[in-house]
Design a protein around this ligand. Structure first.
Ligand code: CTP
Length: 409
């Protein structure tokens, strides 16, 4: 591996990368790699096995990455489960050098040190780069273990031939920095196809106050909107979720809680100009009490209570006409009882949307509150795509797959 910096592929810049270092002489080469990635704008965190620390001191990695280094299953501050944190945090994980021993542990699914445990807890793609003596490399046990890793979707970067630390010439030398970075870039390219994009999603049903304790609302659970926000974040987008509902924490999603349609509109306007995709999954009220009471309305006050409702503007239609909205790909949702596609197509046009997802609210097994959904997605260019019954998360990914080609590169 050369000392002069190897160019870092664009896909890795700005990414959260975990480097897992096992105990091989080639561990020193990972210092340069960590440094190059950090300088290119990636955020790098390192975990090392005990024997790796015999080859390179943790302060060296801490120095080049600016982050504390994990060397055991307990973090320096005593926090439990640092492997779960790191596995969750990393958008791509590289194990290098992978020794015969650590490869065997990974193949067995062991999690008895910080490196193997993090690998097991990794949510993103994993790349493994073996380095060992040529005799070890050629043994069936090692090759069978690597076969097991490959069959589970782990990318293996084969070692190179050359002079080995043992003095032999043969295959076993850790692949070069360029090959390691290319393998990581290839592994993330399709997974983070929304990297650098800003996606804004609305979710939940708006609540329009009648008085300080009552509101007009609807049955929307916010699950579909959350699924889209989570899918977009997992694909590398910066995501803002403007929602009336509460949602589980999810890395990469900034949640802005709102109540009314008016508040939702205010939040959407805030950064409309920088938005690439707006997905209006929220069930926004069409009417609200014209004069909400400023005190709790009491039974004794009246026998009959009549509420006067006024129309609320169409948020997505008005946003579409504002400056900066022309480059925002706007996706709406339409909940319809019958004539799904025809009504949705009309709505898409009326609201100036680029696409609309229509679902059938007369069905009890999908939509409101359910984990499942089904429908059809229509595009302003006339194309349409059936969305058969699937989980909301699967549908979220499908919707993003269909939107992705429409974004300017
Ligand atoms: N929508 C909006 N502002 C509103 C109402 C709805 O932006 N005041 C958005 C929703 O978020 C959704 C789409 O418009 O993406 C369709 O919502 P829907 O309630 O089906 O549309 P309506 O305009 O209410 O149409 P209709 O009353 O004719 O069913």
């Amino acid at each position: 591996m050369p000392l002069d910096p190897t160019p870092v592929p664009d896909e890795l810049k700005g990414l959260r990368i975990a480097l897992l270092v096992a105990g091989g002489i080639a561990a020193y080469k990972i210092v340069d790699l960590a440094s190059a990635l950090t300088q290119a704008g990636a955020e790098v965190r390192v975990a090392m096995t005990g024997s790796a620390t015999r080859f390179v001191g943790p302060p060296t990695f801490q120095g080049v990455t600016g982050n504390p280094v994990l060397t055991g299953l307990w973090a320096a501050d005593g926090a439990p489960e640092p492997h779960v944190y790191l596995g969750d945090w990393a958008q791509v994980t590289l194990l290098a050098p992978a020794t015969a021993n650590v490869i065997s542990s990974v193949a067995k699914g062991q999690a008895d040190d910080i490196v193997t445990a993090t690998l097991l807890a990794a949510r993103g793609p994993v790349v493994v780069a073996p380095a060992m003596n040529d005799a070890m490399w050629s043994k069936p046990a090692v090759q069978e273990n690597l076969g097991a890793l490959r069959s589970r979707g782990i990318v293996v970067v084969e070692p190179e031939s050359g002079h080995l630390a043992s003095g032999h010439v043969g295959t076993g030398r850790l692949a070069g920095a360029a090959a390691l970075m290319k393998a990581m870039a290839d592994a993330v390219r399709s997974r983070y196809d929304l990297a650098g994009r800003r996606v804004v999603v609305t979710a939940g049903g708006t609540r329009e106050p009648i008085d300080p304790v009552r509101f007009i609302g609807n049955y929307s659970s916010g699950k579909m909107g959350f699924a889209i926000a989570a899918a977009a974040a997992d694909r590398g987008a910066r995501v803002t979720l403007v929602s009336t509902a509460s949602h589980p924490n999810h890395r990469g999603i900034e949640v802005r809680r709102v109540e009314t349609a008016e508040e939702m509109l205010r939040e959407l306007r805030r950064d409309l100009a920088g938005t690439d995709v707006l997905v209006m999954a929220a069930a926004v009220a069409d009417f609200r009490p014209a004069r909400p009471a400023d005190h709790k309305i009491r039974r004794e006050e009246t026998q009959h209570l009549t509420l006067e409702l006024e129309q609320i503007q169409d948020l997505v239609a008005s946003l579409g006409k504002e400056t900066g909205a022309d480059r925002v790909f706007r996706v709406g949702f339409a909940a319809e009882g019958s004539d799904l596609a025809a009504k949705a197509a009309e709505k898409m046009k009326r609201k100036g949307l680029h696409a609309i997802v229509a679902n059938d609210i007369s069905r009890k097994d999908i939509a409101f509150g359910s984990e499942y959904n089904e429908g059809v997605m229509l595009f302003a260019d006339g194309t349409r795509e059936e969305l058969p019954r699937m989980t909301k998360r699967e549908m979220a990914d499908r919707i993003l797959d269909l939107v992705r080609p429409h974004l300017e590169s």
